[in-house]
Design a protein around this ligand. Sequence first.
Ligand SMILES: Nc1ncnc2c1ncn2[C@@H]1O[C@H](COP(=O)(O)OP(=O)(O)OP(=O)(O)O)[C@@H](O)[C@H]1O
Ligand SMILES: [Mg+2]
Length: 217
Amino acid sequence: MSGGHFIVIEGIDGSGTTTQCSILADRFIDKGLSAHPTREPSDGPIGVLIRQVLTGRVVVPSREGVRPPGWATMATLFASDRLDHLEAEILPNLDNGITVICDRYDYSSVAYQTVSGGGGDEVSTWVRELNRHARRPDLTLVLDVDPEVAASRRDTRSGSPELYEVDEMQVELARFYAKIDELFPSDTIRHIDANCGVEGVTTAIWSEVMALRGESV
Ligand SMILES: Nc1ncnc2c1ncn2[C@@H]1O[C@H](COP(=O)(O)OP(=O)(O)OP(=O)(O)O)[C@@H](O)[C@H]1O
Ligand SMILES: [Mg+2]
């Protein structure tokens, strides 16, 4: 059996990655095509730990009180989770001919850890190096959205903001994602205008997926 496609959806918090991954997987299944939706941080042991950090359930005591692990620790945790995710879930599905649709991948590591680590080239180079063995996606869709639009979408969700859900940081992340192609010149990256409604974004994504599959819309 030939391998499945590996499709990644990326963007700032509230850009709609989770919404679109779920719709895309449903569309595959409705058409009788096999698809495996998944996400990062993954649902494996390291991913669960990262989610606890992001939601503030695990913090490190310090003299000043409590603080989350620093950006370099987070970068190594995300890279470990990714390798575990690949081994346990992504690669076995691809090998079985199943398309894997992943909500975030190493672009998120490079974007979030570089921005939280001060934004320098040295940081982004190191994070990419940490992820050197991560299998490249066949198609990456970056949902470009104005940070104010994403912020108002996040406001509609319940629960407290997560670690990186700070408006100023999201503005920097949106700038970073706008030129992320420069850091991954060999990858197939398509930017999607995600400021419009859910359906418009879905249509644009589907057209890219059809092109990947060599089919017309
Ligand atoms: N194109 C859209 N137009 C309007 N609302 C949207 C759109 N896409 C998603 N939403 C809504 O915005 C909210 C955030 O969407 P979603 O959870 O998919 O974002 P996300 O990118 O996964 O965020 P995070 O990265 O924080 O997980 C949800 O309430 C969702 O229904
Ligand atoms: Mg999400």
